[in-house]
Design a protein around this ligand. Structure first.
Ligand SMILES: NC(=O)c1ccc[n+]([C@@H]2O[C@H](COP(=O)([O-])OP(=O)(O)OC[C@H]3O[C@@H](n4cnc5c(N)ncnc54)[C@H](O)[C@@H]3O)[C@@H](O)[C@H]2O)c1
Length: 362
């Protein structure tokens, strides 16, 4: 039986990971840690609250004594580190929080893990620190550049990417210098349930439902690779189940697509849903789809983001050849699942939009 500390567990990927892991390995103990920033939503984890093997702790990864206590008290042998400030736009308007959480916070976690697992009186030999990172650390590719592989030099362009790059280097340093058993995954854009509606896909879905403009940066020609969140979870599971130590893995969806095309796909998908299901017209009367007008009519080009990377693409051959990992969702099936989830979970996103998700229950 494994005992995991999952940081950032009330955020988008953390929530999906905890649900995924609990469903697949119900015998494992999970301590979910989150400081509940604007991006963390305690309600996401509510269904697990009464599970005997699940514990939620509201706390900050920068609090090294807290982390050390958790490692001891829950006999944690595995850390899966998602906690981060994650939105590029916010890193441009307020980079400090990104340095605090992504760099200082990751360093606190590493120090606590070293203190307990390596230097402690009863070191845990089979410990595993998995750091979840991003393809954005590699910077921007030209339209014809070779996809990022694990040896591509880091060239982060946004404060977000720079802070994640720094955290990756710290993880590597703790592996090399202090013999902490670490792995890192650098993943492309994730999408799926529970994604905070400031990110492209949920923003687009909700704006179509509510009849609001869909803002597209610049000409919308920026290319990203997209991976359904549970495929990312599978990749992390494979890495955690292995003896890998000191390795990094690039994880991608084999699915490069222009931002404008992503938005158009979603527009067509929602046009079709509204045409098929009359109840959607009653639920979302402000959507153009309710008046038989295509959602494409909502697309509005806005001033480009400063330093906007042109293209990210992942060479995922290492994780494929090592673990036989390939995503199981296509972009079409993943988008259908994502749209289904936002349609079924209207109160989840309404609570975010009206701010009530931040009101603490006692
Ligand atoms: N979303 C993506 O497309 C993507 C792609 C590749 C990698 N990643 C990485 O995956 C991880 C998770 O991303 P996400 O999209 O779920 O982010 P998110 O913003 O949805 O969630 C981050 C969570 O971390 C928590 N948090 C922030 N600061 C904290 C602190 N100091 N202490 C404890 N908790 C804190 C927040 O409350 C939130 O619940 C991040 O490290 C991100 O860099 C994300």
């Amino acid at each position: 039986m494994r005992k995991l500390l999952v940081t950032g567990a009330a955020g988008f990927i953390g929530t999906n990971f905890v649900n995924y892991w609990h469903a697949k390995k119900p015998g494992d103990a999970i301590v979910a840690l989150d400081s509940l920033t604007y991006a963390g939503n305690a309600a996401n984890l509510e269904p697990l609250r009464h599970e005997p093997k699940f514990t939620f702790i509201e706390g900050d990864i920068r609090d090294q004594p807290l982390i050390a206590d958790l490692l001891i008290n829950y006999q944690i042998d595995t850390i899966v580190h998602f906690a981060a400030e994650s939105h590029v736009d916010r890193s441009i308007t307020g980079p400090d929080a990104f340095l605090e959480t992504n760099i200082i916070g990751t360093h606190s976690l590493l120090k606590a893990a070293k203190q307990i697992w390596v230097d402690g009186d009863f070191p845990i030999k089979n410990h595993h620190f998995h750091h979840v990172s991003t393809d954005e650390v590699y910077g921007s590719l030209g339209r014809d550049g070779s996809p990022f592989c694990e040896s591509t030099p880091y060239a982060p362009n946004s404060p977000y990417a720079a802070s994640k790059a720094a955290s990756d280097h710290l993880v590597r340093a703790y592996s090399q210098t202090f013999k902490l058993n670490t792995t890192t995954s650098n993943c492309s854009n994730n999408y799926g349930p529970f994604q905070f509606p400031e990110k492209l896909l949920p923003l687009c879905i909700l704006n179509i439902l509510l009849g609001k403009p869909i803002p597209i940066y610049g000409d919308g020609q920026q290319i990203r690779d997209w991976l359904f969140v549970d495929d990312h979870n599978t990749a992390i599971e494979l890495v955690l189940s292995s003896e890998a130590n000191g390795e990094t893995y690039n994880v991608g969806g084999h699915n490069e697509i222009r931002n404008l095309d992503v938005v158009k796909l979603l527009c067509v998908l929602l046009d079709t849903r509204f045409a098929r299901d009359e109840t959607l017209k009653l639920r979302f009367p402000h959507s153009p789809c309710a008046k038989n007008i295509s959602a494409v009519s909502l697309i509005a080009f806005v001033r480009d983001r400063p330093g906007h990377d042109v293209r990210y693409a992942i060479d995922a051959s290492k994780i494929k050849s090592t673990f036989n990992f390939l995503p199981s969702e296509t972009f079409a099936t993943g988008l259908e699942k994502t749209v289904d989830w936002y349609l079924k979970n209207q109160s989840w996103w309404e609570n975010i939009q009206n701010g009530s998700y931040r009101v603490k229950s006692n």
